[in-house]
Design a protein around this ligand. Sequence first.
Ligand code: NAP
Ligand code: MG
Length: 403
Amino acid sequence: MNKIPMKTPLVEMDGDEMTRVMWGMIKEQLICPYVDLKTEYYDLGLPHREETKDQVTIDSALAAKKYGVAVKCATITPNADRVKEYNLSQMWKSPNGTIRAIMDGTVFRAPIIVKGITPYVSSWKKPITIARHAYGDIYKASETLVPAGSKAQICITLPDGSEKRVDLHTFECDGIVQEVYNLDDSIRAFAHSCFAFALDTKQDLWFSAKDTISKIYDRRFRDIFNEVYENEYKKAFEENGITYFYTLIDDAVARVIRSEGGFIWACKNYDGDVMSDMMATAFGSLGLMTSVLVAPDGSYEYEAAHGTVTRHYYQHLEGKPTSTNPIATIFAWTGALRKRGELDDIPELMSFADNLEKACIQTVEEGIMTKDLIGLSNLENKKGVYMAEFISAIASNLERMQK
Ligand code: NAP
Ligand code: MG
């Protein structure tokens, strides 16, 4: 059989622990037998980040911008324990944070829907994708404790040196103060990524905030979204039969629960943080949650939403088989391959990606699944298997489809 050729390399960002083990198996058993895989490889595993003083992470993000499509394995974000475990010279920053800062992108998280694994909300038939504005607000806030009798103001020194003061509160008792900010450029980039991703995936876009209460701050988000939409995307949305609307976060929450899914929900930073955890739980398993970083310049980085599954890795090191779910990582690969196929006009690569996804879903729908899914599945003939057996079952289904 002839392998499917590729024109432009994918930027491959390898990672850590159990997901690194899984990464190798996915490539060897599910992709390389069918695709003449071309990648530019970056090893983001923690030992190599240490060796390169984290330069490899920066290089990989620049490569993602250069080539336009990257696929990333989960990576360890070091904490004090990891510094000891890996004998690190520094507590290196989160690779995802570094990559996101360079690509200036927005993260879209969407669940994979499988028959037999029903979401807690029974009306949800299609995935709901959450887009989180991953910049500013309380994540960059300044906070302080304030003693009784204090008067709090914000003082802004304007470019001409003059001062602008905003009264916050006069404290009759002890209290607290928090100040947040955001940037028009960042909000605009977020809006562009959301509109572009909605067009790319042909889904409606919702944006929610709290501008009835926050009449300047949240209103600014709403206005920028509206301006970007009216000036640059409205026509394309109409041509594609999709819609954009703004609604209050309270209203959005109610509508989401009543909806049948199939849209993108753009959220401010905190809302997106909380809502994406709720969505992951309500839809089922972290092992079924995909994630893609979309940059305003149109480059993409695909990954699974879960981490390196450390607990399973330690079992693996003891020589024990684990029942780690590879589906979200496989979908990171299929997302990237399909996008590469689309950009380079390789229809066989796109249909291969479709088939590999179908093979995963079919395997679970036939009752063969990893243990994280067993408790969620309502199939009668379900059987919990280890990861190796699960990947083999997917490989057999894929082989039939690719014939
Ligand atoms: P995690 O790796 O997502 O795992 C948390 C737990 O969720 C696992 O112990 C497992 O539960 C379950 N789980 C997650 N993915 C699974 C899968 N594919 N199949 C089966 N079960 C799965 O999160 P963590 O343990 O908090 O973090 C581990 C490391 O990952 C950390 O070093 C963290 O920095 C890193 N991390 C990286 C990323 C990223 O690169 N995008 C994201 C998050 C975390 P059971 O143990 O109950 O089986
Ligand atoms: Mg969270």
